[in-house]
Design a protein around this ligand. Structure first.
Ligand code: SF4
Length: 439
């Protein structure tokens, strides 16, 4: 059967497109669904953009499906339960079976301080995600300076606890390891004044690494003092990522007012920094028609430093597609690839309660080329992807899932790239098993 790369309505769908279509359109909750009993709770998490149902498409493709937002109520997709199985329908026609991860009853287990684990961290796809610090300081300012799409400040006290001790976190990670066989723990903070974000995260990272040997990723706003990244690397952090959200300088300033103001001020206070000048030139060459925002340069500076320090593919830049045109998203992806960084591309979701709640979600056909490009640049620049074992993201496409949206063929180069990836995957798995041995 000849399969169009982009049509989701065939009996065996293009999974890259289907995932994208679900991000953009969501799904209605249909007959017999009992998510409360059958799967993870649909709760807003402090990841800021999440609010949906984690589900697994064929080929073990994870997707977080919007189900509570108003746009999802008019989606052509519907989730139904028949004979104890869940299915995804489109306009009444069965598309595929939908597996749901089991209900995490262990979220109710308590740490030794009496905190329910579900208030310390949450599963996102196949990894455990922890927001260990105080609330992002942009939400605490008066007037608030939070990013307009973000829901982080709407969750506190409802689904998350602000105070988390190192023991709470270590015990919760051990529980996630036991119940879900995780391989990866992700630490995340919002903006913390006085360049303290990494200082706050480090003791948790160090303790979790020591006790479990699991892979660790850190996502914090950029540090001014770059030597903090050297300390992270020494602790064994495997991956770092930076959310600059938008490549377009004007959109960035409007949608992320706190980031624009505070990181812009920092950039102006740093004098004679050769990295800042180097990255300004690279970013401007990709933007073509304008200069990057000074605040964006702080994110790019830290990224450049980390791609050199951690190596190709171990630092990522995170953007939101659908809040700026696809051309800008593609420019961002190509810029990141030039640095040796991977792109993490979120699809804009107008989450309930946020300032952008009433905006329409993006159109999948307009974004498909963005996700194709996300994969293509990795082949073109030899950036290794999909190396670490058992990491499946539900909120974003894995770079390798972009392959299903690309029409490009790379011939011998593509074959060499796949061989390189497969060798790296095997040796990485062996090293990971060794590091976990005896923990
Ligand atoms: S920096 Fe922006 S996106 Fe991140 S937590 Fe703060 S308000 Fe949300």
């Amino acid at each position: 059967m000849t399969q169009s790369k982009r049509s989701p309505t065939m009996s065996y769908p293009n999974l890259g497109y289907l995932k994208l279509d679900l991000f953009c359109r969501g799904a209605r909750i249909g007959e017999n669904c009992d998510f409360e009993r059958d799967t993870r709770p649909v709760k807003r998490t402090r990841g800021g953009l999440g609010s949906g149902l984690d589900a697994i498409l064929p080929n073990d493709v994870w997707v977080n499906i919007p189900v509570v937002e108003s746009f999802a109520q008019s989606s052509p997709y519907e989730i139904v339960k028949r004979n104890q199985k869940y299915f995804l329908l489109r306009e009444g026609q069965k598309i595929c079976e939908l597996r749901l991860p089991p209900p995490p009853l262990w979220y109710d287990e308590k740490t030794s301080s009496g905190k329910p684990i579900g208030y310390v961290g949450v599963m996102q796809g196949t990894y455990f995600s922890i927001y260990p610090s105080e609330l992002c300081n942009f939400w605490k300012m008066s007037p608030k300076k939070n990013c307009q799409f973000c829901s982080v400040g709407l969750c506190l006290g409802q689904t998350e606890s602000e105070e988390k001790s190192i023991d709470d976190v270590v015990q919760s990670v051990i529980a996630a390891l036991k119940h879900e066989r995780i391989t990866f723990v992700h630490f995340n903070t919002g903006y913390i004044e006085n360049d303290r974000a990494l200082d706050i995260v480090m003791p948790y990272v160090e303790a979790v690494k020591k006790k479990t040997g699991l892979l660790i990723g850190v996502q914090c706003p950029p540090a001014i003092d770059l030597s903090k990244y050297d300390r992270l690397k020494k602790m064994g952090v495997n991956h770092v990522s930076f959310c600059f959200e938008l490549f377009d300088p004007e959109k960035f300033e409007t949608i992320c007012p706190g980031k624009a103001e505070f990181f812009g001020r920092m950039a102006k206070s740093i004098k004679g920094d050769h990295l800042l000048e180097q990255i300004r030139l690279i970013a401007a060459s990709h933007l073509k028609d304008r200069e990057p925002h000074p605040a964006q340069l702080m994110f790019y500076r830290a990224l450049l430093y980390c791609t050199k320090l951690f190596g190709k593919g171990r630092a990522a830049g995170e953007i939101i597609s659908g809040l700026e045109g696809p051309t800008r998203s593609i420019q961002a992806i190509e810029f990141l690839a030039e640095l040796g960084a991977v792109s993490t591309v979120c699809v804009f979701r107008p989450c309930i309660g946020t300032e952008l709640e009433t905006m329409a979600p993006p159109k999948p056909d307009e974004l498909a080329i963005v996700f194709a490009r996300m994969y293509e640049v990795c082949v073109e620049k030899n950036i290794p992807i999909g190396i670490a074992p058992n990491i499946k993201t539900a909120m974003v496409h894995l770079p390798e899932e972009g392959r299903w949206l690309s029409n490009r063929s790379y011939g011998l180069k593509g074959v060499r790239y796949d061989i390189m990836r497969s060798l790296m995957k095997t040796s990485f798995k062996a090293l990971f098993t060794l590091a976990r041995f005896g923990k």
